[in-house]
Design a binder for this molecule. Structure first.
Ligand code: HXC
Length: 288
């Protein structure tokens, strides 16, 4: 894909990315670094974090890794402190770390519910508060990007802990956009549709069949490309979006539109068949 951004668009940014060892977090970290940002990634497992850092450095970028469990406030605070000691003041945060699994709600254990909500919602709150406090105290601007989901607002069967926690992330984004706008702090979110990454796909569509069905419900008839997501993330963290705050941007090829309207199912069969059916349903001229 050709480069659309200035090569130094994110120069002078220090971006903290939670869950930056794998999946979307890793892709975003690589992209930010390729546009001149210093990146500090955190996550529970040092191995993948070190790999992200090594890949960024090999491409000539600046990156550090700090092990952290976003479910624990102390761990998040230590991450932010350590990141700033190593690479200077953070001025952009990406709340990306998330957990998810498909399960009937009747069988969820308290701990099963807890681990997802703590990771997705508490983790985002802890990191946002830790960065926001610093920015306000220093009188500097900041940008927060959170990864939400398209089912945060309508909800989703079999994903209750994820849906409720992501709905909370959306509320956090909008609430703090209102509360902290006066300090020049912007908060936005991306609600991604299917972007195939190993972690999410192996959990949510283990045999590939659910993924195939999902694709058929997307007006653009394909999954997202990672670069399409990382480029939107760049836009939202950069000054290109300096008047945008409190927004949740659906990046889903239109998928949420088709799942909302019952008659959108007519976009699935070949168009000629559908048009023929519409003709058959049309009353004959002069019959009324
Ligand atoms: C029911 C489950 C379960 C399952 C775990 N649990 N998996 N319950 N069905 N499939 C319960 C366990 O029984 C346990 O409760 C509790 O959850 C904690 O499980 P652990 O395995 O001990 O926890 P941990 O090792 O911390 O693992 C957390 C995890 C794991 C979320 C379950 O999958 C993980 O770390 N995932 C991180 C990466 C991830 O999920 N990425 C995908 C994000 S995709 P008990 O009571 O037994 O102790 C995404 C959006 C996708 O969010 C959107 C696509 C369109």
């Amino acid at each position: 894909m050709p480069e659309q951004y200035q090569p130094d668009l994110l120069k002078g940014r220090h971006v903290a990315v939670t869950g930056g060892g794998t999946g979307l977090g890793r892709e975003m970290a690589l992209r930010f670094a390729s546009l001149g940002a210093s990146v500090t990634v955190c996550g529970r497992r040092p191995g993948p974090l070190e790999q992200t850092v090594a890949d960024i450095r090999a491409a000539g970028g600046r990156a550090e890794a700090v092990a952290c469990n976003v479910r624990e406030m102390e761990s998040v605070e230590a991450f932010v402190k350590e990141a700033e000691e190593r690479q200077g003041d953070i001025n952009a945060l990406v709340n990306n770390a998330a957990g998810n699994f498909l399960a009937p709600t009747t069988g969820l254990t308290p701990n099963g519910f807890d681990v997802i909500v703590r990771t997705n919602l508490y983790g985002s709150f802890y990191a946002t508060q830790a960065c926001g406090r610093r920015w306000i105290e220093r009188g500097t601007k900041g940008a927060v990007l959170s990864i939400a989901t398209t089912y945060a607002e309508p909800g989703s069967a079999f994903l209750v802990p994820s849906a409720v926690s992501k709905a909370g992330v959306v509320a956090l984004t909008k609430s703090l956009a209102a509360e902290w706008g006066v300090y020049g702090i912007r908060l936005n979110a991306i609600a991604p549709g299917p972007f195939p990454t190993e972690g999410a796909w192996s959990r949510l569509s283990p045999d590939g069949r659910a993924a195939e069905k999902m694709i058929n419900l997307i007006p653009l008839r394909r999954a997202g490309e990672l670069r399409e997501l990382t480029d939107l993330a760049v836009f939202l963290l950069s000054d290109l979006s300096s008047y945008l705050t409190g927004e949740v941007i659906y990046l889903d090829g239109g998928a949420s539109l088709t799942s909302a309207g019952q008659f959108n199912l007519f976009t699935e069969p070949p168009r000629e068949q559908v048009l023929e059916m519409f003709e058959r349903l049309r009353p004959a001229k002069g019959s009324k």
